[in-house]
Design a protein around this ligand. Structure first.
Ligand code: ACO
Length: 381
């Protein structure tokens, strides 16, 4: 019964974009799109973001349970020890043209990291787990190093202590962040860590299921996240907010014009959520606190105006990328680094899914319903 109904869906129009197709069973993430609920390994996202750090979330995603104090210490030690980049990868970043999209630079650097990891082709579970930790440690170093190099600044060496959030903000600016900035970045990392079978995670699992390696799967996932319909939306949201501020254009008129031209408003809509994305709800709270604290309530007003008109005109809610953009902006971060920051977090979800995939692997190979011509013959010249 299940087989025939899924066959119907797969052969019919409703499977376009694989909407509502269940491809796997997974114990990593629960999303209830009707109720607006998100839980990692059974823990509600609101509980996690209020009570634990990004590093604890990483452990939770990889191991399925919260870390004991000694696990936390062990992970922290390993993350710190792995933060430095191989010098040649740093050279690759130095040679990367400064106008390169930071997601493209990150994609290349992650692929290059494989060449300097002696475990790159080791497919044992233990090695795959170590690579998950190593990539989680090194990706922030890549992002911060490229952000500085393209501005003609020397990279700042990672610190051998402190959270991922703190170390990243330090490497980016060369100055220790205050507690508010660290806490905001840490919460953002918690909120972006995992989200079921989104496009980039699916891409990672498809690559992993061929029994290719972690670096290949993560490189592919970065390519998928880069797109503006997925993680790349957060950069576009900020570009839109900055353009609105510069031009002084009314957000309501702006949205109406875009919709009339059949264009998408970045940061709105979601394949799964039919109500507000719970991550957006939390990020909106962060936007309010930072806006008040930094005398920047104009971002709150512009975002609220946009959200109101998009809901009214199109019935769409903001997604995770809408409020994260002005939050990062208020931390002084360039707009095109927002998607790489997403990678710094989502690497944990991707690698948790790879570990799960390899625990019970089968090649992922759907079918396309052929609708082209048949029986054509080549005419001899
Ligand atoms: N602005 C305007 N119209 C939209 C938007 C939007 N942001 N999102 C969906 N729509 C409209 C489509 O134009 C379409 O309208 P139509 O039926 O009149 O043609 C309808 O809603 C359905 O759109 P689909 O693309 O089929 O819906 P899907 O579920 O595939 O879209 C997506 C999900 C890609 C996220 C979409 O909402 C979108 O493009 N949003 C903007 C980009 C964005 O913010 N992406 C980040 C998503 S969160 C993440 O990936 C981390």
């Amino acid at each position: 019964m299940q087989t025939s109904s899924s066959k119907l869906r797969i052969n019919g129009a409703s499977a376009r974009g694989l909407e509502d197709v269940t491809a796997f069973t997974s114990s990593i993430c629960l999303i209830d799109g009707q109720q607006g609920e998100l839980a990692y390994r059974g823990y509600d996202i609101a509980d996690l973001v209020e009570h634990i750090t990004f590093e604890d979330v990483a452990w939770l995603l990889w191991h399925g349970s919260l870390p004991e104090p000694h696990n936390r210490d062990q992970l922290q030690e390993r993350l710190c020890a792995e933060r430095h980049l191989p010098p040649i990868v740093l050279d690759v970043l130095r040679l990367t043209p400064e106008e390169t999209d930071p997601m493209a630079a990150l994609r290349t650097a992650v692929s290059a990291l494989a060449h300097f990891d002696r475990e790159a082709e080791d497919s044992s579970r233990a090695a795959n787990h170590r690579k998950a930790v190593r990539l989680t440690a090194r990706i922030p170093t890549v992002v911060a190093a490229f952000a500085r190099l393209r501005r003609g600044l020397e990279p700042v060496a990672p610190r051998m202590s402190g959270s991922t959030a703190r170390n990243f903000l330090y490497m980016l600016s060369g100055e220790m962040p205050g507690p508010r900035a660290e806490q905001t970045m840490d919460a953002a990392l918690v909120l972006h860590a995992e989200h079921g079978l989104n496009a980039s995670t699916f891409a990672a699992r498809v690559i992993g299921a061929t029994l290719s390696d972690t670096y290949s799967a993560v490189t592919g996932a970065i390519g998928a996240l880069k797109g503006p319909l997925h993680g790349g939306a957060n950069t576009r949201v900020m570009q839109m907010l900055l353009a609105l501020r510069r031009s002084g254009q009314d957000p309501v008129a702006f949205v109406r014009k875009k919709l009339a031209a059949n264009e998408r408003i970045m940061g709105f809509g979601h394949r799964v959520y039919k109500t507000i994305d719970p991550r957006a709800r939390y990020l909106r709270g962060m936007l309010y606190s930072l806006g008040r604290e930094r005398d920047a309530m104009h971002w709150v007003k512009t975002c609220n105006d946009l959200a109101r008109v998009v809901k009214h005109e199109k019935g769409l809610n903001p997604n995770v990328d809408f409020f994260s953009a002005p939050v990062y902006h208020m931390l002084g971060i360039d707009a095109d680094l927002y998607t790489p920051i997403f990678v710094m977090s989502r690497i944990t979800g991707w690698t948790a899914h790879l570990l799960e995939q390899w625990d019970n692997n089968r090649l992922i190979r759907p079918r396309a319903r052929y609708v082209g011509p048949r029986g054509l013959q080549v005419q001899a010249a």
